[in-house]
Write a protein that binds this ligand. Structure first.
Ligand code: UD1
Length: 423
């Protein structure tokens, strides 16, 4: 995916409890569509709490390629899209991450045209974009696909009613972005309800859009009166929050996470609690204590929000490897999302995968081993499992984990983990 250019080697000495406080990073999956939205109209905007990740860097490189002026100072990003001069994203930039496909809706709205190659991203199965294309076509776009390239044109986008047969996050975002460039009202039925959709709608409202219903399954965009300047804060990353909660659950410990909205990970907290963790939630924080051997849980079934997030599935799996009894996890969103399982078994875990179901027979001890990261959350799950295993674990990672976690090694270290990142 990164042309083999990056090799991160995570060295972990496991077996330590995790203790302490941690502020959760800004959301990767909220940042990406918001960065794309910045090209919707000529705009100068300042974004706060943008996580420093290779995926957000890739989105900023796309903005620069399109002619925007971009500056970054730690978690602040400044974008001037008044200088936009191009509506094509080359393959080299598209290949870096799948979510670059949401530039399609934004560019179409701004330029009446967009040329993109088919996206990259984690290899979790088929990951088609048919729903994105159908939504944009419904708004009046003419889309030609040839040789892995998409060419979208629309002399005029027209507001309409879009019914998504599945609540795809990316398709909902693309539809919303393109609808900002359409005349008249757009109604999206069957929309994804993920918090990242609500975050995008908040940003679009700050940009001058009139939107109701984001966060529910029916979103209505009635008008767009673009503003010229704005400042917006990216909300916290619910999957990063779930990651540290699962880390403490798997290792044992007492961890307080702050700067997050615990309601957004209720489905994850529910199972961590059922497994025996003590969890107290506050408005923008949570405390998780794990003092005893965990109990097996399940079936855990991944589902669109507010169901159990597919992105947290490998992380919960890592936490349950030493739980007493038999846990069951069923993956319903992506076909190939148990790729971490054979790697986790190298640590002594007992996981049987049959189709879309994984059965985890809890073992008393895990032992260190050398593992190979398969994808972003799978790689993070291997690191969590390594932290819970005795001895040394090495995770070889071709840049997957840095796509989604800012200073992952330092954050875990601040909780008492022994982890060194070599690159
Ligand atoms: C987003 C998240 C990703 C998360 C996923 C599901 C970002 C950048 N990524 O990905 O981390 O795992 O939501 O919560 O926000 N599908 C189709 N046709 C389409 C689009 C999707 O069949 O046109 C299918 C996919 O193959 C998959 C399912 O719908 O099986 C969910 O995909 P979707 O919600 O679109 O996920 P992403 O937006 O790609």
């Amino acid at each position: 995916m990164h042309g083999g250019l990056i090799m991160d080697i995570w060295h972990i000495r496991g077996g330590r409890r995790l203790e302490g406080n941690l502020r959760v990073q800004g959301s990767k999956n909220a940042s990406l569509p918001i960065l794309a939205a910045s090209v919707l109209c000529p705009l100068r905007c300042e974004l706060l709490n943008v996580p420093r990740l290779s995926d957000t860097d890739a989105a900023l490189r796309i903005l620069e390629h399109l002619g925007c002026t971009v500056a970054r100072d730690r978690d602040r990003v400044y974008i001037d899209s008044t200088t936009l001069s191009c509506s094509a994203v080359p393959h080299s930039l598209m290949a870096e991450m799948r979510s670059s496909v949401i530039f399609m809706g934004a560019l179409l709205a701004r330029c009446g045209e967009a040329r993109l190659s088919l996206p990259g991203g984690c290899q979790l199965g088929k990951r088609p974009i048919d729903l994105h294309l159908a939504a944009l076509r419904k708004l009046g776009a003419d889309i030609e696909e040839d040789d892995n390239e998409l060419h979208c044109r629309a002399r005029r986008l027209q507001g309409t009613e879009i019914a998504l047969p599945f609540p795809s996050v990316g398709a909902t975002e693309n539809a919303l972005l393109a609808a900002c460039g359409a005349r008249g009202e757009t109604l999206i039925r069957g929309a994804a309800r993920e918090p990242e959709i609500a975050a995008l709608a908040d940003f679009l409202r700050a940009m001058g859009a009139e939107i109701r219903g984001a966060g529910s399954d029916t979103i209505r965009l009635t008008a767009f009166h673009p503003k010229r300047d704005l400042c917006f804060r990216i909300p916290s990353d619910r999957i990063a929050a779930a990651t540290f909660a699962c880390a403490a659950a798997g290792c044992g410990g007492d961890v307080t996470l702050c700067g997050l909205d615990p309601i957004q990970i209720s489905a994850v907290l529910h199972f961590l609690n059922a497994a025996g963790c003590d969890i107290i939630t506050f408005n923008h924080a949570l405390r998780l204590r794990a003092d005893r051997r965990l109990r097996a849980v399940g079936p855990v079934v991944t589902a669109p929000y507010p169901g159990f997030p597919t992105d947290a599935q490998p992380l919960l799996m890592a936490a349950l490897l030493r739980a007493e009894g038999r846990s069951l996890i069923r993956e319903t969103i992506f076909e190939q999302r148990f790729r971490q399982a054979p790697e986790l078994c190298r640590l002594g875990a007992q996981i049987r995968v049959k189709g879309q179901t994984a059965e985890i027979l809890g073992v008393r001890e895990l032992h260190g081993a050398a593992l190979h990261a398969t994808d972003l959350r799978g790689g993070a799950a291997m690191i969590l499992a390594g932290l819970a295993a005795g001895g040394e674990t090495v995770v070889l990672d071709e840049g997957h984990v840095r796509r989604g976690y800012e200073d992952f090694d330092r954050s875990l270290e601040s909780l008492g983990a022994e982890i060194i990142l070599e690159n």
